[in-house]
Design a protein around this ligand. Structure first.
Ligand SMILES: [Zn+2]
Length: 341
C-alpha cells in the first residue's frame, strides 16, 4: 500500500473507511482529515473498528481523545485520571502550539501471567489492558507513560545513527521518571502509592542483574518498564539530573527546563537526539560534571548512588550502593508534602 521509500520520507495521507456498520466507529492513529507526516508514521499506524466509549479533554493547547472498547473499563474513572494527567503534562511543556493525543484502550482476555502493555505511535498511544479489570492506578500509570511519549520519543525524537535501543536510557528512562512525576503532580497517585513506586524502581535498578553492564552490552530483551535495564537506569539518571539542577539553581530550575530545551530543539528541527547530543544538552543545562557522571552511568554501566534529595523534599534516599532505599523524609508529614508537589 505504501511506496517503498525511506522511513523519513514526507507524505500527505488521508484515510477513508468504507462499509463501516451502523453504530460502529472506524479509527486510525492519526485521526480524521489529511496529514502531512512520514512514511514511518504511516507504517506504524493502527486501525480499529468497533463500538467505543469516548473520553475527550483539553488542557491549555493539548487535546486528548481516548476511545475504550465498549463494555469494558470504568470510563468515567479513566476520563477523570486521563484529564488530570493531561493537565500535568501540559504544564511541563507549556505547549506553544495545539497538539492532539489519541489513546485507544483495547481489552485483552484475562491472563494471570500477562502484564498490561502499551506503545506510542505518532500523536497516538495504544494500550492493551486486561478487559476484566475496571480502571485503577496501574492502568493510569501505563496511560501516563504512553502519553508522555507524545513528547519524549515522538516530537522530541531520538535517532541519528544509533539503534533505537541505545537511546532508551533517555527516551524510556526519562519517560519512566516523568510517569511518576506526572502521576504525583496530577494526584492520580496518593502519597503512599507514589512512595511505593519510587522504592520499587530504586530497588529494581540496584538489584538488576545487569545494573553494571555498559549500555552497548546490555541485553534488550522484551519486558518493559519493570525489568528492562535502560528504563530503570535511565529513570535514576533523570532523577539525578533533576536533583542536580534544583540544587545548583536553589530550586529555580529543574529537569522540566531541560525537557523544554529538548522540545525547543525539536521544534527547530535540529538533528535527532542520540546519546552524544543528549549528553551535550545535559552538560549545557546541568554542567559538565553532571554530564560526566551521566555518561559513566548511562553508557558505561557505573552504578549510580542517588543523592538523598533525588526525589525532592518529601522523601529521602537512604543507604549506599545496592542498599539504597526510599523513605518518607524524617519530620515531614508525607501526605501534606505530597499535596504541595
Ligand atoms: Zn515507553
Amino acid at each position: 500500500m505504501l511506496p517503498d521509500v525511506p522511513d523519513d520520507t514526507r507524505v500527505r495521507i488521508e484515510v477513508g473507511f468504507a462499509g463501516v456498520p451502523a453504530g460502529q466507529e472506524a479509527l486510525w492513529s492519526l485521526g480524521p482529515g489529511p496529514h502531512t507526516t512520514t512514511t514511518r508514521a504511516a507504517r506504524h499506524a493502527y486501525f480499529a473498528i468497533g463500538r467505543f466509549a469516548s473520553a475527550t479533554d483539553t488542557a491549555q493547547q493539548l487535546t486528548l481523545e481516548a476511545r475504550f472498547a465498549e463494555g469494558h473499563f470504568d470510563v468515567p474513572a479513566a476520563r477523570r485520571d486521563l484529564g488530570k494527567l493531561l493537565a500535568a503534562e501540559a504544564k511541563i511543556f507549556a505547549p506553544d502550539r495545539p497538539e492532539t493525543l489519541r489513546v485507544l484502550v483495547v481489552p485483552m482476555p484475562h491472563d494471570d501471567d500477562a502484564d498490561d502493555h502499551g506503545t506510542s505511535l505518532t500523536g497516538s498511544a495504544i494500550l492493551w489492558m486486561d478487559g476484566g479489570l475496571k480502571w485503577g492506578e496501574a492502568q493510569a500509570r501505563l496511560a501516563a507513560h504512553e502519553m508522555f511519549h507524545l513528547y519524549l520519543g515522538q516530537i522530541i525524537d531520538r535517532g541519528g545513527d544509533e539503534p533505537d535501543e541505545r537511546t532508551y536510557w533517555f527516551s524510556e528512562g526519562f519517560t519512566e521518571h516523568y510517569t511518576d512525576v506526572v502521576m504525583a503532580r496530577a494526584k492520580v497517585y496518593d502519597a503512599q502509592g507514589w512512595l511505593e513506586m519510587l522504592r520499587l524502581r530504586v530497588r529494581r535498578y540496584h538489584q538488576h542483574p545487569q545494573c553494571e553492564t555498559p549500555n552497548d552490552k546490555a541485553e534488550m530483551r522484551w519486558g518493559g518498564a519493570a525489568i528492562q535495564l535502560p528504563y530503570l537506569r535511565g529513570s535514576m539518571v533523570a532523577a539525578y539530573v533533576d536533583a542536580a539542577m534544583r540544587r545548583a539553581s536553589g530550586g529555580k530550575r529543574s529537569l522540566d527546563d531541560l525537557m523544554r530545551t529538548l522540545l525547543g530543539r525539536a521544534r527547530r528541527h535540529e538533528a535527532p537526539l542520540d546519546s552524544e547530543r543528549m549528553l551535550g544538552v545535559i552538560a549545557a543545562e546541568a554542567g559538565k560534571e553532571v554530564a560526566a557522571t551521566v555518561r559513566a552511568v548511562a553508557l558505561g554501566g557505573q552504578r549510580l548512588t542517588l543523592p538523598k534529595d533525588a526525589f525532592g523534599p518529601c522523601v529521602v534516599v537512604t543507604g549506599e550502593g545496592d542498599k539504597q532505599d526510599v523513605v518518607a523524609a524524617p519530620g515531614v508529614d508525607l501526605a501534606k508534602c505530597f499535596a504541595s508537589l
